[in-house]
Design a protein around this ligand. Structure first.
Ligand code: PXG
Ligand code: PLP
Length: 448
């Protein structure tokens, strides 16, 4: 045992053990000098290696809205693992995946009723992009291959996702992607400190016309956007923007994909962002909250006409209609976790709870306006973010310092780029929002 492993913060791990894990989206060198280890979780709180209770201000990574260690979910998983731990995903099935797919369609806007299962948000995005290209080929329009994403968009980390994604840092070192172009983002200066959906910016959807003029609709497969951009720092759509995107995609025969990996299953105060913002895509990607984060799973939901096109053009019945799928597609344990999660969301009316409390969250969050370093505040449902002024031209350092100080004070918040992000558990009460916002206010005053 070296000295470090005697420090309780290390949970008995040696430096060699720490070094062996190449951690995702993490400053590995910094983390391994000062690890932040979480050892258990219950409800809205984590316990760290030192036994401190920490409020989960991002619901995991936007995953655990129903709270941690819900017995309904953990028991469903245990039962499922005992009964049927795995069943081959290809050419065979198990009952729970059909139960779950039907259940998901009940939460979807009218017309989205065919569900393809994946293991994550990134896999959901790749699946949606492949379905879009394959669809046009099956329709006899094989040149429709280009995608249109949006600046600041996040669509996971696989090659398709980073190609349509609009976060430069996530693409910079990976070379050639797939053919994509990008709409402008909707974070306009005149919308700063706007509560909920900004009023300005619907006109930015007209940029589709420019893309069509440049590439021609005959070469464009789909537009993919997050209804509310999450990772870039909670950017709600301008009033009318998504409806206009929908109209223009329909006009030009381009598929519209909503990436709802963060927004589906309650966080917006509705079952989906599509429902909340009143625009229906042709394909929707989901993950995260589907299983309350407990088992990895994603789901892609397509309009029936898309599914039917693959079936009709599928050749003889024994042939595959879509050569695509994951070893863990519709994993039985993930299906059990998802069914238990959707039960909780419904029984406890959690989306409705989010909707009911979001005005108070909004007011409390915006009460921080005027505190030093804050250059913008944005929110919708139980998602919120602060933009933070750069220090000496370095946008990322202050959010990092703020998040670390918040951790010391017993609050987990997400820092990324020049933002601090909040994704409250759906069961958060007013006193918890109050403590969180107060701690943020104090912390902003403490950092220089
Ligand atoms: N699409 C969207 C819209 C997402 O938000 C993904 C795809 C990828 O999902 P997976 O499961 O492959 O990570 C996401 C994931 C953050 C944060 O702090 C956001 C995500 C992941 C981790 C952190 O904003 N979004
Ligand atoms: N790589 C190899 C060598 C494989 O055999 C497989 C699956 O069989 C994969 C990658 C894909 O793995 P998954 O289906 O879990 O995405």
């Amino acid at each position: 045992m070296n000295n470090k492993s005697e420090n309780p913060a290390y949970c008995g791990l040696s430096q060699a053990q720490l070094d062996s894990h190449w951690m995702p989206f993490t400053g590995n060198r910094q983390f391994k000098q000062d690890p932040r280890l979480i050892v258990s979780a219950e409800g809205k709180y984590y316990t760290d290696a030192l036994g401190r209770k920490i409020f989960d201000g991002l619901s995991g990574l936007w995953t655990c809205g129903a709270g941690h260690s819900r017995p309904e979910i953990t028991e469903a998983i245990a039962k499922q693992a005992k009964e049927l731990d795995y069943s081959p995903a290809f050419q065979f099935g198990h009952p729970k995946s059909f139960e779950l797919s039907h259940r998901i369609t009940e939460l979807m806007p009218e017309g989205l009723n065919r569900v393809f299962f994946t293991g994550s948000g990134s896999e959901s995005v790749e699946t949606a992009l492949k379905i879009a290209r394959g669809y046009w080929r099956k329709k006899g329009l094989p040149s429709k291959t280009r995608f249109i994403g949006r600046s600041k968009g996040y669509h996971g980390v696989n090659f398709g996702g980073i190609s349509v994604g609009g976060i430069g840092a996530n693409r910079a070192i990976y070379g050639q992607g797939i053919e994509a172009a990008h709409l402008p983002h909707t974070m306009l200066p005149e919308n700063k400190f706007c509560k909920g959906m900004p009023t300005e910016g619907a006109y930015l959807a007209e940029e589709i016309e420019e893309m069509v003029a440049l590439y021609d609709a005959s070469n464009i497969a789909a537009v993919i956007v997050e209804p509310l951009a999450g990772s870039a720092g909670v950017i709600p759509p301008p009033v009318g923007y998504l409806k206009r995107l929908r109209e223009l995609c329909t006009k030009h025969n381009i598929l519209l994909i909503f990436d709802e990996v963060i927004t589906a299953y309650g966080r917006m105060g509705s079952n989906t962002g599509a429902e909340e913002f009143g625009a229906v895509p042709d394909i929707m990607t989901t993950a995260k909250q589907l299983t309350n984060g407990v088992v990895p799973m994603g789901a892609v939901i397509a309009k029936q006409e898309i599914y039917d096109t693959f079936m009709e053009q599928g050749g003889p019945d024994y042939m595959l209609e879509l050569p695509h799928g994951y070893t863990y597609s519709a994993h039985p344990v993930a299906c059990a976790a998802a069914l238990a999660t959707l039960d909780i969301l419904e029984k406890e009316q959690l989306p409705q709870r989010v909707k009911g409390m979001s005005p108070q969250f909004q007011e409390m969050l915006h009460s921080l306006k005027g505190t030093q370093h804050i250059t913008d505040i944005r929110n919708y449902g139980f998602a919120g973010a602060l933009s933070i002024d750069a220090r000496d031209g370095q946008p990322a350092i202050r959010p990092y310092e703020i998040a670390m100080k918040m951790w010391e004070k017993g609050f987990y918040v997400r820092y990324g780029g020049d933002t601090i992000q909040l994704g409250l558990p759906f069961t958060t009460d007013l006193s918890e929002i109050d403590s969180l916002v107060n701690a943020l206010g104090d912390t902003l005053k403490e950092v220089d």
